[in-house]
Design a binder for this molecule. Structure first.
Ligand code: FAD
Length: 341
């Protein structure tokens, strides 16, 4: 069989990392990325990019942990290399704090991040309204630089990248043997997947270089995540809200909530407001499907629906999607050798 032609649809963190994993696991594949938007205009550009997993109720915890571990190890190696600043990857330490004494078991990811421990009474004095907290070190992606770094790696591997809106995956069947669907919230329109819904997030990106530690209120709504150049202040989680327009009242509310945790933010400068739609689903859709029209077949691998945690698990899900592409290739090879008999 000739080199399989693979189209990856979508150029957010999921599409770009999946395309990269496919070239790494199947160097003889000819991979093309097709997307209607690229960085800086994707949801992935808006994200804070912190490696603190979200929990998907429909995916077994051991699978989510594996995805997180693979992503953490991959980015940890980058953070420890000469590529770190160009890729926008760095370690960051800080606190997750709770207003009530926390009785929950340790989070499933507590032994993947570094130095996870309960905060001391002395540390908690920084947060007089909170009673309990956890301290740890994790990784953060500065999202636009990381997406550009992935794009650069793809181009260096000879991958073609085109701007194109795909109205129906079947339209790709003449030119490609396998299609990988990484369209994020776009899959709602593309496939009519009603399990997929937006959770709107508004954040502020501010200049406050003195803020070095992350602070996350345990409910996940208020957070301060320092990056290399900007600090991300959040946030909101508005289910089924499709609006991409920033709301000025929400901006004030986010700023006040963050200042109540870190009063020095009152001196923050150059406040930029961003909005993104988290592609949420009870479980990430990571599976093979065969589309059929008459005698014609098209192998599809879906990899979308990462909701609030796409950065935290992207490398793990990309590796699994690349493995599924390998299965599609094996199926194609099986059918082409049968055709020759
Ligand atoms: P996207 O980035 O939306 O990419 C989808 C791509 O598909 C785009 O390029 C789009 O143009 C393309 N596309 C869609 N439809 C079509 C079509 N029909 N034809 C062609 N192309 C198409 N996650 C974390 O892990 N940590 C965080 O700290 C974090 N913070 C966040 C903060 C906010 C405010 C938000 C909104 C999200 C946050 N997330 C975070 C979640 C994370 O951003 C998402 O899970 C992740 O970006 C999803 O990536 P994606 O590639 O699936 O989607």
């Amino acid at each position: 069989m000739a080199a399989p032609n693979v189209a990856v649809v979508g150029a957010g963190v999921i599409g770009l990392s999946t395309a990269l994993c496919i070239t790494e696991t199947c160097p003889r594949c000819s991979v093309t990325v097709l997307s209607d938007q690229f960085s800086p205009n994707t949801t992935s550009d808006v994200a804070a990019g912190m490696l603190i997993p979200h929990t998907y109720p429909g995916t077994p915890i051991h699978v989510q942990k594996q995805w997180f571990k693979e992503t953490f190890s991959y980015l940890f190696a980058i953070s420890n290399s000469a590529e770190a600043s160009e890729a926008g990857i760095h370690l960051v330490s800080g606190w997750q704090i709770f207003k009530n004494t926390h009785k929950e078991e340790l989070p499933f990811w507590s032994d993947v991040v570094l130095g996870f421990r309960t905060m001391s009474e002395a540390e908690l004095q920084k947060f007089p309204q909170h009673q309990f907290g956890q301290a740890f070190t994790t990784l953060k992606c500065d999202c636009p630089p990381y997406l550009l770094w992935l794009e650069k790696r793809l181009k260096a591997a000879g991958i073609q990248i085109y701007t194109r809106k795909v109205a129906d995956l079947w339209e790709l069947h003449r030119d490609y043997d396998i299609v990988v669907n990484c369209t994020g919230i776009g899959a709602r329109q593309l496939l009519g997947d009603e399990k997929l819904f937006p959770i709107r997030g508004q954040v502020l990106k501010v200049h406050a270089p003195w803020v070095k530690n992350f602070i996350r209120d345990g409910d996940g709504l208020t957070y301060i995540y320092p990056g290399i150049d900007r600090v991300t202040l959040g946030g909101t989680r508005e289910k089924e809200n499709w609006s991409l327009s920033p709301d000025p009242d929400t901006t004030k509310d986010i700023f006040e909530r963050c200042c109540s945790l870190e009063p020095s933010l009152r001196g923050a400068q150059d406040i930029k407001v961003k909005v993104g739609l988290r592609p949420s689903r009870p479980a990430v859709r990571l599976e093979r499907e065969v589309l059929r029209q008459g005698e014609c077949k098209l192998g599809v691998v879906h990899n979308y629906g990462h909701g609030s945690g796409g950065f935290s698990v992207h490398r793990g899900t990309a590796k699994e999607a690349a493995r599924l592409v390998g299965e599609c290739i094996a199926a194609l090879q099986g059918s082409s050798s049968k055709a020759k008999l």
